[in-house]
Design a protein around this ligand. Structure first.
Ligand SMILES: Nc1ncnc2c1ncn2[C@@H]1O[C@H](COP(=O)(O)OP(=O)(O)OP(=O)(O)O)[C@@H](O)[C@H]1O
Ligand SMILES: [Mg+2]
Length: 268
């Protein structure tokens, strides 16, 4: 999740899914965004309405026939996607109409579980019904933000929202915040360096210190630097790990994948 558009949610989702698969964890990416950019990022064609998450959110039609598409099959096994896109604009109305509203996704997963080790829900840029739907169905929330003052402030509001909403929905166990990923970090931007606590005299106002001193400390992942490589890889529908396996940024996605694997429960 993030509280702004274009922060790198889909980029992080796709690359983390690839790293999880490399670790042997089968992973499904679920596009909860009516923009549907996951199709592009994974090299898939735009699906028909019946082949998207919208189908899963239709209790009268969905009988466990998850519309899953394998991705990057010639390079790696165990990653698939459930796509989003325009049909989600219609499907969102069901959240208001159906008695189980925001639990539609959670119910679908409970009634018709997927066998995959990890599901990653890629959310839209602003907090709306699909955030609620994803929160009700998830175990952990990963927040992606640009390391600037406005985005960080918005990030803290999102954290508050997660805490408030999970208790409003009485989610049990409550979803945890897996961590924060600063994305598009620019080493030559003083504001970015200051927020990350690099070379500052007073560390009290920096992101690492603030997150560590919260009553419930939140993990801060290493920043992902700004680079056109990520956009280039996405243009080919590939994760960076396939497009440029030797690129150092892959280690950040690896560490996110490790943190997820570390938190997996119900391992068989
Ligand atoms: N570290 C980075 N450096 C440079 N470009 C990046 C970086 N991360 C992501 N991008 C590019 O920024 C754009 C937005 O990224 P992405 O689509 O992942 O964001 P998003 O948060 O999913 O956006 P939306 O809110 O629209 O879903 C894409 O073109 C992507 O390739
Ligand atoms: Mg996106």
């Amino acid at each position: 999740m993030s509280s702004a558009g274009g922060t790198g949610k889909s980029t992080v989702a796709v690359n983390t899914a690839y790293q999880l698969a490399r670790m042997g964890k089968t992973t499904t990416l679920v596009d909860c965004d009516p923009n549907g950019s996951l199709a592009l990022f994974t090299g898939l064609e735009d699906p028909s309405a019946g082949q998207t998450l919208a189908h899963v959110l239709s209790p009268s039609d969905f009988k466990g026939d998850w519309p899953l598409f394998p991705i990057w099959e010639d390079k790696i096994s165990g990653v698939s996607a459930c796509l989003g896109g325009l049909p989600l604009y219609e499907a969102v109305k069901r959240i208001d109409q159906e008695p189980r509203g925001v639990y539609l996704l959670s119910d679908a997963l409970e009634d018709h579980p997927l066998k995959h080790d990890v599901l990653i829900f890629d959310c839209p840029g602003t907090i709306e019904r699909y955030h609620e739907l994803a929160l009700a169905a998830c175990t952990h929330v990963l927040i992606v933000l640009h390391p600037n003052t406005k985005a960080i402030n918005a990030g803290f509001k999102l954290i508050d929202w997660v805490y408030q909403y999970r208790s409003k929905l009485r989610l049990n166990p409550p979803p945890q915040i897996l961590g924060i990923v600063p994305n598009a970090y620019q080493k030559d931007a003083a504001m970015h360096r200051n927020h990350m606590g690099e070379g500052v005299a007073d560390e009290s106002e920096t992101l690492p210190t603030i997150l560590q001193s919260l009553p419930d400390p939140i993990k801060l992942f290493d920043p992902i630097r700004e680079t056109r490589l990520l956009g280039n890889a996405a243009d080919y529908g590939l994760p960076l790990g396939i497009y440029r396996p030797g690129e150092g940024i892959n280690t950040v996605f690896e560490s996110i994948a490790q943190e997820i694997a570390h938190n997996l429960t119900g391992e068989i």
